[in-house]
Design a protein around this ligand. Sequence first.
Ligand code: AMP
Ligand code: MG
Length: 356
Amino acid sequence: MESIYYNESETINIDDIKQVAQGIREGKLALFPTETVYGIGANALDENAVKKIFIAKGRQSDNPLIVHISNINMLEQIVEDIGEIERKLINKFWPGPLTIIFNRKSENIIPNNVTAGLNTVGVRMPSNKIARTLIELSEVPIAAPSANVSGRPSGTNVQDIIEELDGKVDYIIDGGSTAIGLESTVIRVVNQKIEILRPGKITLEELESVANEVEVNKNVFERVIDKPVASPGMKYRHYAPNTKCILVYSKDKEKMINKINEIANSYKNVIVLGTEQNLKNYIAKNKLNMGTTLEDVGKNIFTLLRKADKYKADLVIIEGVGKKGLGLAITNRLIRACEYNLSLIHISEPTRLDVI
Ligand code: AMP
Ligand code: MG
């Protein structure tokens, strides 16, 4: 396994990336940073290379991978048609943390295992310089899911995932902590309407600037186990630490703090993940600081979920952040990390996450 490290201040050494790009062309796997989370990448045109990703992650074969590209030519090679709204989305949000679902080319240039047999393919152009350079130099699109063993929190720095992925990839490019820390927003356009299949850094509010109608797919906040869903990833346990977690949120701050303390009181050994502004109010001995803003929470949450496990607590109590802006994506991840163990939060119907 080859490892390449970059400090934030360092410029990328093209020769290093060239070596990894050559490996990608030869069917090898590379761990690399994007602006969202780390990815485990392989040549998206090589079925055997892609197979190795599923094995490395222990990922279900019906859960499709996102194809990462570095220019629009690559997109035109793999998708059938690019609609007007998709073009607007591309102009506004690419390169960046938005995955768009397209109809894939009928010639099946992208192998079936990438799309889990679907006629559609999810594509994204990352803005992270290392990721873009790697794709550019590989001269092929790179299929890359989040870097973690399936079910675990996504990797936002190499240290967090090195153990669980040790020996499973051929190259590691360490580019420090990822800037956003949450996975991309996944959308599809249906009848001029944008449908969010996975909330992410590009918010519902931002998407509303491109289409008149934007809605969150009804399965996003639903606990789906065994029925067809628009995006197969919705079905699976995800983002979860090994310790049991509970998510607590109320718009009424006092009510939320009291509830968190009440739960903490009824367990012997808990750890609380809270925002900096509220942390001092929690009675628990063990507390981890999620930061002040939604951006901080997004950036820190996966690494903190992993860190929480180290305390061997009976319960991880997580302060929620509501559903406005980036809050929607954070809440989506936290609900699933907690496996729907919620307090003061009420999911009334699949489409609506009601916070009381
Ligand atoms: P990950 O790469 O681990 O961040 O997960 C990628 C997510 O994108 C999964 O939840 C998939 O279900 C979703 N996805 C990828 N391709 C498609 C597609 N063609 N249609 C719907 N969802 C997709
Ligand atoms: Mg993932």
